[in-house]
Design a protein around this ligand. Sequence first.
Ligand code: MN
Length: 388
Amino acid sequence: MQKEKITIFDTTLRDGEQAPGAALSLREKITISLSLERLGVDVIEAGFPVASKVDFDAVYQVGSLVKESAVSALARAKKGDIEAAANALSKAKRPRLHIFLATSDLHLTHKLKISREEAKDMAFQAVKYARNFAEEIQFSFEDACRSDHHFLREMTETVIEAGATIINAPDTVGFLLPEETAAMIKAVVEAANQKAIVSAHAHNDMGLAVANSLAAIEAGAKQIECTINGIGERAGNAALEEIAVILATRLDERYATKIKTRFLSIVSDEVARCCAMPKAPNKAIVGENVFRHGSGVHQDGMMKEAKTYEIFTPDFVGAKRSKIVLTRHSGSAAAIAAVKEMGFILENDEPSRFFAAFKQRAEQCKIVSNEALKRLAQDLGLRSQPFA
Ligand code: MN
């Protein structure tokens, strides 16, 4: 069966850095963009040029350095914004102008104070103007998640007629359920009628960003917008590493991306450091605990065959080797293996004496360190192997 290619649009440098406190310097944006290119993302959204000088400069620099990925710049449906984005993209090998305009009655009435007809006209004019500067024009319907599907269809036809090549229907506020995302994407895919690529952009306010992105793919979206570590406004965006690994391990017979998963851990660490947003230890795919095992039953299984408790290998995502963590949940197999690995010899009743002492120690702390393990062995008078 022919695999369907899913375009990965990374917006770590735009939506991601809009996370409170995550703002990146120009140098950091450049560093991360080169890592994203090596990771294999198809599109790097580098900033919102009219919004700040750092954003303008970042889009310009990223555009002149990145060779493989397309570089996208964000603009409102305004001449000045489009010109700023176009200027910032002037050195890009594959420039993408990304225009957005709200489509929900809530935003049109209260925020923009315009009618649906006026919104349609603004969108048409903006895309027409943007075509003077770039071939790839992406149009995003802000708050598409709370927009009337009939109006989304009309807008889709309008912006395609004006020259848009990619239509993005975002769940701007992380409101939709997976089946609602699918219905929205289907409406846009039908209206686009193969004349433009349809894209999804999910937010994680209710923890559904990745599930919604998968639902969008099943409904016909060919581009997914996401960020490293899922950083972004509020509860963040869909996590790139989660989508990439799900597609590569569970849906690989049907879909393909260009992501080289072995670089995920290094890019994830870099983004966490640059954005001063440490990852939770239990973060899916890239958290510190993903390859650490604490319970006795699991540790015993891991020592016999890693597949018993790991569904992908550390190498697959470029993480450090699986680690047995010694805690009060650990069993004798793991504790004894660890002390033997330190060079101690256990004979006769020593394994059971050692394990009893280990259990007692482990009750008093969260993790038994290597130092503590060595002291236990010495206190019991265990012999250590002579150095060769
Ligand atoms: Mn967003």
